[in-house]
Design a protein around this ligand. Structure first.
Ligand code: SPV
Ligand code: MG
Length: 553
């Protein structure tokens, strides 16, 4: 994996490679700080707050995996974590490579793999595999100097990038061997090719660290981990020419505290009410993991029929003929085999890639409890008609839009055909309307007249234009029934919005239905295409429709 690999959150990539930026941090006269992280999320946070580098702590990664800092996690398991960390950040990562996971040969493979995964540097310590954390016990055995020097050389010879750094960590002070031994070892490691030395100590005062620094001079950069001498003023590190300070495990320890607190609180209170406002929202989680980028990528790469379309669903009317079923909800929310019609329609729209859905609510609006939709309300639903509802969503007509009635059920292929159909305004009409069982005697249907009737001829796919629509259309002239589904291009949506505004101005909006609007548009010279279907749809007006719908879905 290279620095150009697509990451979970792709932050803007500064021009230099991660390795050269790390080398610069290390060699810059200005002292630098890097911060511990132990997974992709914490690494991302480290970058987000402004650190210029990450310390991939062995202790923290182990603890986050629930194991001890004794090489209990295998090196490839650690590598997996590092890959997530590298992918989620653009700042360089210095990896705690423990003892190199074995001898020189293991070190070679480690460095190669780290280089391949976009890691900028590794630090290895002169102890024995399997290692023990430096703060545990006393007099930990140290590696043979020559053997350790061989490991450094092997690492340097294996790096895939000239700027990759190998840092040699001196554990002589930890083992109680004193500053002279630390200097002797540092000198050998430097001569073997280490790009920097890390001098470690576990006592609360920085004296032995500073004694080392004074003798060391500027042979190569010095790195420190002031976990135990944390109270030392940072300026003193600068005064001793330290190049890089590692804050080594504080995100992991802070996470422990936060998780313990939240778990205890929820355990004892048996509610989330006390904690919700004290923690990041899930929206923040989506943000840090880069969901926006994924949405943009989906739009770019996923072929979605309805990409770029919004939808307006008219769902304000009660549907009185359904009787008691609509006492507490509008008809679009009446259950049809476990799901209201509106939810079925919504998942069909979403499945076609139409996410921006506006629902016009009216009767029992609180019963429309769908998530991920915008709602506008027609509070005058009882005395107004469809166009008044559509006008409530006029602002949503600022893009290519599907308009549908909230109480219709149709097949996915119809949506497909509609989205493919050409034309600024395309309506769906059922050519076999006469075959449709009349649900209730005398129920008026919205018929349409196209300039051509539906044809079963394979070769006859000439476009059909709407001539007239509505209840005044006689059965003899009708070529189809308006289904309650139409498509508008951007221009079509604009034309509809303008016509709605005109109707509002001339007072005809309140009682109008969609066919009235269609007729006005035709009269004004707009071409309206008719997309014929042949049955296989339903509008739910009464108990019989509902029974039929329940049989179908
Ligand atoms: C680590 O963070 O894993 C380290 C630093 O090696 S220390 O725990 O201080 O040894
Ligand atoms: Mg460690």
């Amino acid at each position: 994996m290279t620095a150009n690999t697509v990451r979970i959150v792709p932050p803007a990539q500064p021009p230099q490679s991660k390795t050269s930026r790390f080398r610069q941090l290390l060699t810059d006269p200005e002292m630098a700080f890097i911060m511990e992280a132990h997974n992709g999320l914490s690494a991302r946070i480290v970058e987000e707050v402004g650190f210029k580098g990450v310390w991939a702590s062995g202790l923290s990664i182990s603890a986050a995996l629930g194991v001890r800092d004794n090489n209990e996690a295998s090196w490839t398991q650690v590598l997996e974590v590092l890959e997530f960390m590298s992918d989620s950040t653009s700042i360089p990562i210095l990896v705690d490579g423990d003892t190199g996971y074995g001898n020189f040969n293991n070190m070679r493979r480690l460095v190669t793999k780290l280089s391949q995964r976009g890691i900028a540097a590794v630090c290895i310590e002169d102890k024995l595999f399997p290692k023990t954390n430096s703060f545990i016990g006393r007099a930990q055995p140290l590696a043979d100097i020559d053997e350790f020097c061989g490991k450094i050389k092997a690492g340097k010879d294996s790096q895939l990038d000239d700027d990759f750094c190998v840092i040699a960590r001196i554990e002589a002070l930890i083992a109680g061997w004193g500053v002279d031994e630390a200097l002797r070892r540092g000198e050998a490691y430097h001569a073997a090719g280490a790009d920097a030395v890390l001098i470690h100590s576990k006592i609360a005062e920085p004296d032995e660290i500073f004694a080392f620094c004074k003798e060391w001079g500027n042979r190569c950069p010095v790195v420190i981990v002031p976990t135990m001498y944390y109270a030392t003023p940072t300026q003193q590190f600068r005064d001793h020419d330290i190049s890089l300070v590692i804050w080594a495990n504080h995100n992991m320890r802070a996470a422990m505290q936060a998780m313990r607190h939240i778990s205890e609180t929820i355990f004892h209170t048996e509610t989330l009410a006390d904690v919700e406002d004290t923690i990041p929202t899930v929206g923040e989680v989506f943000k840090i993991t880069g969901n926006d980028e994924l949405a943009a990528a989906e739009a770019r790469y996923l072929p979605k029929r309805g990409a770029g379309y919004g939808a307006v669903v008219l769902a304000a009317s009660r549907g009185k003929r359904l009787g008691a079923l609509t006492d507490d909800r509008p008809k679009c929310m009446v259950d049809v085999r476990g799901q209201p019609v509106l939810r079925r329609q919504l998942s069909m729209l979403n499945g076609a890639g139409i996410r921006d859905v506006t629902i016009v609510r009216g009767y029992k609006k609180e019963a429309i409890d769908l998530v991920s939709v915008a709602t506008v309300d027609n509070d005058r639903y009882a005395e107004t008609g469809e166009l008044y509802s559509l006008n409530c969503a006029r602002k949503a007509l600022n893009q290519p839009t599907l308009v549908s009635y909230g109480d219709i059920l149709f097949r996915d292929y119809m949506l497909d055909a509609l989205l493919k159909a050409e034309g600024d305004i395309v309506i769906v009409a059922d050519a076999l309307w006469q075959d449709r069982e009349q649900s209730e005697a005398g129920l008026v249907r919205d018929l349409v007249v196209g300039d051509r009737a539906f044809s079963t001829d394979y070769l006859d796919d000439a476009p059909v234009s709407l001539v007239a629509a509505g209840r005044d259309v006689g059965a003899d002239a009708a070529t189809g029934e308006w289904v309650g589904l139409l498509k508008l291009s951007e221009a079509g949506a604009k034309a509809v919005a303008a016509e709605l505004a005109a109707m509002e101005a001339d007072g005809s909006l309140e009682k109008g239905d969609v066919p009235v609007l269609l007729n006005r548009l035709v009269t004004a010279g707009h071409a309206i295409r008719v997309q014929y279907i042949t049955g296989q749809w339903l509008d739910i007006d009464d108990a019989l429709d509902l029974a039929r719908a329940r049989n179908i879905v």
